[in-house]
Design a protein around this ligand. Structure first.
Ligand code: AMP
Length: 538
């Protein structure tokens, strides 16, 4: 017998309709390139996004066409987030930190019909413009200098466009709505295609109380760029919830962010550990300077959050870090590390141990780990590759016949992350499979060593990677960035680690560096470190 519920499609226009109808006056705040503040609301955003759909339609964009954006986080980018899927086209966010070669490859592979670019990013577009063939380039002007010949002005297009000159998308919820290429450091970037349905379900999950609990009352500032997995879905989630959105524009340095948190009374923010480490450094150096009482949750993901950072924010500043795990292929939320009622009864130290893990699988996301022996037990010790499945997990890459065996025959996605899972379900990511250090047949988790080293009071950042060893095949080496004005010797670091890890985990070599090379989304670039220190042998 079939249920008798409506077959109501889960689509992006429904999210926008809700914000416009119920929360039209709620604000969208943007810090512009000149640092002035722009304010608009959901009613205006929805109206402008319809004008953009209509302008794009006039330019020949139709259902299924890819429209690329090369933009920072701001209100016009939010308009694009809705205008493009709401006309049945595909929003393709380009990562402005990738190399011009990668960007050219991605634009050509996706066959982007139109590119919308911030005027401040035109110098970047210039570096690969000759290698791509979009039909139109639209520029979001910053009001100062004239636009290059042949490019269209975003604001002029909107001013000329009518509110209804396009066919609103009403089709199948499984239609593609957005697209993002992986920022993988090996092989060519691969396109992940989010559907209307996956975006809606992911938005509902983000507002789930054991996830981010985003509600109408929140004031959310996504530091995570809108080109990194749709800013972790926050523009969609926040619009659905009708909460106030605050966009930092291109100003992502810790003092600018801290000022904005304070001024706009932000309640939730989200970013990679590098951002939070920078913010913690400023707060520690300026006790009492910033009033951050409004903040209830600082979401961290993209790389492992060091335990010392989580404890540092909590104990020295009363700020709560919430750790989550995900990938471009998982929309991204796969697991969130809230504490269960059981763990809340435990000692504070143990609670921090848990908060540094990647948490529990989100509802509708299922996880397992697999190694050479098959599906591994959930004993908190056995490691294996994490595999996931669920309604917002990719089932294939766009136009990529050779997917490297990432999708199993029985319907799971192989994440490439090495993890263990405890009997209570808490996941701990130990490494990327290509970064895990294999010493004498035993695995050493570079992520865990990094977390411990970053707990040393003199260490700002630590990245651990493998160096070759004749006897053991691979041994760990650590690149260390010291905190300003601090010093520590290699011997002191070894003594610091000794009580924390098995002897064979102790790094064979340390090197003090000014900075650790990072990927386009702010993660440690282990391949660059292995190359930098390739002369080292253990
Ligand atoms: P991306 O697709 O660029 O978002 O990268 C996804 C990868 O980032 C994952 O496969 C993990 O290796 C890593 N990652 C994301 N979140 C975490 C986390 N909380 N802890 C450890 N690694 C993470």
């Amino acid at each position: 017998m079939k249920g008798l519920m409506m077959d109501f499609a889960l689509t992006v226009p429904v999210l926008l309709r809700r914000a416009e109808t119920l929360f039209g006056n709620k604000e969208i705040v943007t810090r512009l390139p000149d640092k002035s503040i722009h304010r608009c609301n959901y009613r205006e955003m929805a109206a402008r996004s319809r004008r953009l759909s209509s302008a794009l339609h006039k330019l020949g964009v139709s259902s299924g066409d890819r429209v690329a954006t090369l933009c920072w986080n701001h209100y016009q980018h939010l308009e694009m987030y809705f205008a493009i899927p709401c006309m049945g086209a595909v929003l393709h966010t380009l990562n402005l930190r990738l190399s011009p070669e990668d960007l050219a490859y991605i634009v050509n592979h996706a066959n982007d019909k139109v590119i919308i670019v911030d005027q401040v990013l035109l110098p970047l577009l210039d570096k690969f413009k000759e290698r791509i063939k979009p039909e139109q380039i639209i520029v979001v002007p910053n009001g100062t200098t004239p636009l290059p010949q042949g490019m269209l002005n975003y604001e002029a297009l909107l001013a000329e466009a009518g509110p209804s000159g396009f066919t609103p998308f009403e089709g199948d919820e499984n239609t593609a709505a957005a697209m993002c290429y992986t920022s993988g450091t090996t092989g060519q970037p691969k396109g992940v295609l989010y559907s209307h349905r996956s975006i809606v379900l992911h938005s509902m999950l983000s507002s789930f109380s054991d996830a981010l609990a985003i509600s109408e009352a929140d004031i959310v500032l996504p530091v995570v760029p809108m080109f990194h997995v749709n800013a972790w879905g926050l523009p969609f989630t926040c619009t659905m919830a009708g909460c106030t959105l605050v966009f930092p524009g291109p100003h992502l340095d810790p003092p600018s962010l801290l000022e904005l948190y304070e001024k706009e009374q932000v309640t939730v923010s989200a970013g990679v550990p590098t951002i939070w480490l920078g913010i913690l450094g400023i707060l520690d150096a300026n006790p009492g300077k910033y009033n951050l009482k409004s903040i209830r949750c600082m979401l961290v993901g993209g790389s492992a959050a060091p335990r010392s950072m989580i404890a540092g924010f909590q104990e020295r500043h009363g700020l709560r870090i919430l750790h989550a795990w995900g990938m471009t292929e998982t929309s991204p939320l796969g697991s969130v590390c809230g504490l269960t009622s059981e763990i809340r009864k435990k000692a504070t130290d143990l609670q921090y141990d848990y908060r540094a893990k990647q948490g529990l699988a989100a509802p509708f996301v299922e996880m397992r780990i697999r190694n050479e022996e098959g599906i591994a037990p959930w004993d908190g010790k056995t490691m294996g590759e994490l595999e996931v499945r669920g309604p917002w997990i990719a089932k294939a890459y766009y136009n990529t016949p050779d997917d490297d065996g990432k999708f199993t025959k029985d319907g799971w996605f192989r994440t490439g992350d090495i993890a263990s899972i405890e009997s209570n379900g808490y996941i701990e990511i130990k490494d990327r499979s290509k970064d895990v250090i294999k010493s004498g047949g035993e695995w050493i988790s570079s992520v865990q060593l990094e977390g411990m080293l970053m707990g040393h009071p003199s260490v700002a950042e630590a990245a651990v990677f493998a160096i070759p060893s004749e006897k053991w095949m691979e041994r760990p080496m650590a690149a260390i960035v010291l905190k300003e004005g601090k010093a520590v010797t290699k011997e002191e670091l070894t003594r610091f680690l000794e009580p924390l890890v098995a002897r064979f985990w102790l790094p064979d070599a340390y090197e003090f560096v000014k900075e650790i090379p990072k990927t386009s989304v702010g993660k440690f670039k282990k391949s660059a470190l292995r190359e930098m220190f390739k002369e080292y042998k253990a």
